[in-house]
Structure formats: structure tokens, C-alpha cells
Design a protein around this ligand. Structure first.
Ligand SMILES: [Zn+2]
Ligand SMILES: [Zn+2]
Length: 147
């Protein structure tokens, strides 16, 4: 989905609000997506903006990182000291989606896709020109990629 986008040179570093949990991701496409699904809405209070960080992710501060199995297909991680949401990870392929804000300002970042668009509430919409995928379409993509 984001293969043609600009990739970060080297690693990008992120951390939670209290700084106990640290994240290092390598070769990340600078393509931010918003997820409107009901899980993300409840988890973050609104749509969740993430970067697809692939599997080259290093987490630091293991004793401060707790996981929650939010569905059959995904796990969500958070800092158990300050409550910052750290990642959404697909069980199927171990791929991490990390909230954009953890990384601080990122040069050349574009917001170019929205997923679970059918679950977006009516009371907001973004004016950015992005692609829009339904939940079914995104699952089909992931299945395709992992076959
Ligand atoms: Zn923290
Ligand atoms: Zn979601």
C-alpha cells in the first residue's frame, strides 16, 4: 500500500509521554494513515493516526510495556506507567502500526490513506486528499500480502 512512498533514512525514534518506553523503527514509509474503526475510536478517543512500521521495530523499556489482545487479529501495546498508546500489532505477520505522534515532527510525512472508512462517524471528516479503504478492503490487502 505504501511501497512507493519516501522512506526514512535510517531509524526513527519515538517515546511515550513519561519516556520509559522507547521505540526505534527502521525503513519506515513516511505515509500516515488514519483508522476510523470502532476499536481505535474507543482506544484513542477518536481516529488513530499511525505509521506502518513493518516488523523492524525495537521496543525499549519492556517492563513498562503492556499488551492487550484487542481482537483475534491484533494486539495493542501501551506504557503501563503513563498510559501512552504505543502500537497496534497484527498477530498474523507481526507488523507494527505506531501512533504518529510518538515520533515527534517528521519531515516529508504525508497523510494519504484512511481505513475502516465505513465506521467513521458522521460528525467529522478530513479535507486531506487521501485514499479511503473499508475494513473488508484492508483485510483483503493484508491477506494478499501475506500469501
Ligand atoms: Zn510512559
Ligand atoms: Zn482501527
Amino acid at each position: 500500500m505504501s511501497a512507493s512512498k519516501i522512506q526514512t533514512q535510517g531509524a526513527i525514534h519515538g517515546h511515550c509521554l513519561c519516556g520509559k518506553a522507547k521505540i526505534k523503527a527502521t525503513g519506515v514509509a513516511l505515509s500516515a494513515g488514519a483508522c476510523h474503526c470502532q476499536y481505535c475510536q474507543r482506544w484513542s478517543g477518536g481516529p488513530l493516526f499511525t505509521l506502518d512500521c513493518g516488523t523492524e521495530v525495537k521496543l525499549d523499556g519492556a517492563c513498562f510495556i503492556s499488551g492487550f489482545h484487542s481482537s483475534e487479529w491484533a494486539e495493542r501495546g501501551f506504557c503501563n506507567n503513563c498510559g501512552t498508546h504505543l502500537f497496534y500489532r497484527l498477530k498474523q505477520n507481526g507488523r507494527y502500526f505506531i501512533p504518529v505522534g510518538l515520533f515527534g515532527p517528521l519531515k516529508d510525512l504525508v497523510f494519504d490513506h484512511q481505513i475502516f472508512i465505513e465506521q467513521k462517524p458522521d460528525w467529522y471528516c478530513f479535507s486531506n486528499k487521501t485514499s479511503e479503504l473499508t475494513g473488508d478492503e484492508i483485510f483483503a490487502l493484508f491477506t494478499e500480502e501475506s500469501n
